[in-house]
Write a protein that binds this ligand. Structure first.
Ligand code: ZN
Length: 88
C-alpha cells in the first residue's frame, strides 16, 4: 500500500514532457528508455494501466514500477487517485 503518500498531478497547465518522470506520480520512473535491460521489459504493464496514460505521454514517459505495483495491488484505488488528480 502507498497510504500516506500523495500522488501529485504533473499536468497543472504544464506542457513540458519529462520522459524521466512517471506520468502518474511524477517521480523518476527509473526507466532506461530504449535500454533492453530496463525493468519495464520484464515487468509487464497492465493494459488497463497503460490506457490511463495521457495520450501525449504514451510511448514517451514510462510508468514507474511503484505505480505498476500499486495498480496490481489495488486497481480500483489507483483509478480513484488518478481521477482525483486529473479533475483538479
Ligand atoms: Zn509512478
Amino acid at each position: 500500500m502507498v497510504a500516506g503518500r500523495r500522488l501529485q498531478s504533473q499536468f497543472g497547465g504544464m506542457k513540458q514532457i519529462d520522459d524521466k518522470k512517471c506520468p502518474f506520480c511524477g517521480k523518476p520512473n527509473g526507466c532506461m528508455a530504449g535500454d533492453p535491460s530496463c525493468w519495464c521489459n520484464f515487468e509487464s504493464v497492465p493494459t488497463g494501466l497503460q490506457a490511463l496514460v495521457p495520450a501525449e505521454l504514451v510511448m514517451k514517459s514510462c510508468i514507474c514500477r511503484e505505480c505498476v505495483l500499486a495498480w496490481k495491488a489495488d486497481e480500483a484505488g489507483f483509478r480513484r487517485r488518478i481521477d482525483s488528480t486529473e479533475s483538479v
